[in-house]
Design a protein around this ligand. Structure first.
Ligand SMILES: C[S@@+](CC[C@H](N)C(=O)[O-])C[C@H]1O[C@@H](n2cnc3c(N)ncnc32)[C@H](O)[C@@H]1O
Length: 258
């Protein structure tokens, strides 16, 4: 019997992006378009413009109770804290001790006292949040650990080790995190599910699984995010068409009341 060959990184993504892959690949190796958060902060913070746009799409308003499940190094948490303007509560969570220390440092160095007071840093395993605080939050950001394909592409030594099993394993973990986040969302609340992955199995595929596992309770909401293109359930910013920012997938998910 002929031995099955394992697709390379390029073959795998060509399968999803077809003729577009060569130009998308080139853009992924090009310069990132950054946005600088400045107004309301003690000092400027630079992040991928697509990340800032996705965090804003969550639609946090003053007074909200907000959870950022996977928050380090903290760019998106800064966007959420600015939207709260020192009101309500933002729980900014990060499992890794080292990354959580960096998160706290970013918050301390950038947020004025009044805004910092509304942010609490925690170090839980977010896959268990639904049991810890069910139906507790108005808005939840899940910026899930993912393939980080742009980063991978720039590291030939990591690329050599890559197999299609990697996005599949990550999708499994992302589903656990998304279920936990959804369970922690109050009815009528909104969750933004984000990744910086290219593969549909880590993006729409994870939302698809939530629609099945929380059948009848999930509502996929329309998202308006600059420089993005539609996918089945969300929007994605891809650097060849987003002036260098991305990849950043974002789906807005609501929990039906009642
Ligand atoms: C994509 S990064 C988050 C980036 C961040 N939102 C930002 O904008 O700066 C994902 C983070 O999730 C953390 N993480 C991974 N598994 C986790 C878990 N089970 N619970 C909480 N955090 C987790 C990782 O350590 C990593 O820092």
């Amino acid at each position: 019997m002929a031995k099955k060959t394992v697709p390379t990184f390029d073959e795998f993504h060509s399968g999803s992006y077809g003729d577009r892959w060569p130009s998308l690949r080139e853009a992924l190796l090009g310069e990132v378009r950054y946005e600088t958060l400045e107004e309301g902060l003690l000092r400027p913070y630079h992040l991928d413009a697509a990340s800032a746009n996705a965090a804003r799409a969550l639609g946090v308003v003053p007074g909200d109770r907000v959870l950022d499940m996977c928050a380090a190094p903290g760019g998106k948490t800064l966007v959420l804290a600015l939207a709260l303007a020192g009101t309500g509560e933002l729980v900014s969570n990060e499992l890794s001790d080292a990354r959580r220390a960096r998160l706290s440092r970013v918050l301390d160095e950038h947020l004025p006292e009044a805004l910092r007071a509304a942010v609490r840093v925690t170090g839980r395993d977010a896959t268990r949040w639904g049991l810890h605080e069910p139906e507790a939050y108005d808005r939840i950001l899940l910026d899930a650990p993912c393939s980080s394909d742009r980063h991978l592409l720039g590291k030939p030594e990591l690329l050599k080790e890559w197999t299609p099993a990697r996005p599949k394993q990550l999708a499994f973990r992302q589903h656990a995190l998304l279920c936990a986040g959804f369970d922690a969302l109050r009815p009528g609340g909104t969750l933004a599910y984000c990744t910086c992955a290219l593969s549909p199995c880590e993006n729409d595929g994870v939302v698809e699984k939530l629609l099945k596992s929380r059948k009848g309770k999930v509502e996929v909401l329309a998202a308006e995010i600059p420089d993005t293109e539609p996918t089945t359930y969300g929007r994605i910013a891809l650097p060849d068409r987003a002036n260098g920012s991305g990849p950043l997938y974002c789906a807005l998910i609501g929990k039906k009341a009642g």
